[in-house]
Ligand binder design. Structure first.
Ligand code: NAP
Length: 248
């Protein structure tokens, strides 16, 4: 059972190395700061180095460990980029204890009949194919951890299929297949667990784009759900694998 309200202790993630995609803004940024507060060495991944630098500075002020920055545009990254990331993590840290796949694109909110095909391909690539590739390439580093946790970021659209959510809904549904398959394929390796979290509605740029008429002040900040993620990234959640978890 994953607690919805979880208050991390200051040493919850001591000694753990955690990579977070989409760390420059929104949920990824909030998780990066909270993981650092809880003692983790955070590898901040994102496509915008200026945003990552700001998060780096924020963490340098509150975290115990200096973070690292890994600029990776998931829309354009090549095999060499992924290989270099995995190699650098291996050389710098020796092991990886957690990955949170927070990066995603909303894409268009239009009927399928009018959905722009290049946008469809980009959303599926960034939201589904890239987390698959990243997980695949990072498995050797995750295997070096005594307790590694992979967390895919899901969405309520997976269980509530609605019109106009286009490639975003399809990508998140596909991610659930990846989560389910991978957790079963790794069943013989109890030191790697794979779960997904639906964070629920959060006050971010993506939410504002999806619901332009909504008053953002009525929507909780991403930090509200960080407890669930930190719990899953910590050794306290050992034994929890293959689950779809609602954070709110
Ligand atoms: N907000 C919600 O209500 C809600 C609800 C359910 C699920 N989610 C999920 O929560 C996760 C975080 O979303 P959010 O709400 O925090 O939205 P967000 O603020 O838009 O954050 C998305 C992140 O993904 C990054 N990203 C986009 N394209 C990328 C690319 N090509 N390469 C690398 N990074 C890229 C963005 O980078 P830039 O900063 O450079 O744009 C940003 O950091 C997503 O997986 C989303 O599907 C959100």
């Amino acid at each position: 059972m994953v607690p919805k309200q979880f208050t991390p202790s200051a040493d919850l993630l001591d000694g753990r190395h955690i990579l977070i995609t989409g760390a420059g803004s929104g949920l990824g940024r909030a998780l990066a700061v909270e993981c650092a507060r809880a003692g983790a060495t955070v590898i901040l991944s994102g496509r915008n180095s200026r945003k990552l630098d700001l998060v780096y500075d924020e963490i340098a002020a509150v975290g115990k460990q200096q973070p690292a920055i890994a600029v990776l545009d998931l829309a354009t990254a090549t095999a060499v980029d992924y290989d270099n990331l995995a190699k650098t993590i291996g050389e710098e840290f020796g092991k990886l204890d957690g990955v949170v796949h927070a990066a995603a694109l909303l894409g268009d909110r239009t009927p399928l009949e009018q959905y722009d095909v290049p946008t469809w391909c980009k959303v599926l690539h960034v939201n589904l194919t890239a987390p698959f590739i990243l997980t695949q390439i990072l498995l050797p580093n995750l295997r070096k951890s005594a307790d590694a946790s992979v967390v895919f970021v899901s969405s309520g659209v997976v269980h509530n299929q609605r019109p106009f959510w286009g490639a975003y809904a399809v990508s998140k549904s596909g991610l659930e297949s990846v989560r389910s398959m991978l957790s079963q394929e790794l069943e013989g390796e109890p030191n790697i667990r794979v779960n997904s979290v639906d964070p629920g509605r959060m006050r971010t740029a993506m939410r504002a784009a999806a619901y332009p008429a909504e008053d953002p002040n009525t929507v909780p900040a991403p930090a509200v759900v960080s407890g669930t993620f930190l719990y899953l990234l910590s050794v306290q959640s050992r034994g929890i694998y293959g689950q779809y978890i609602e954070a709110q």
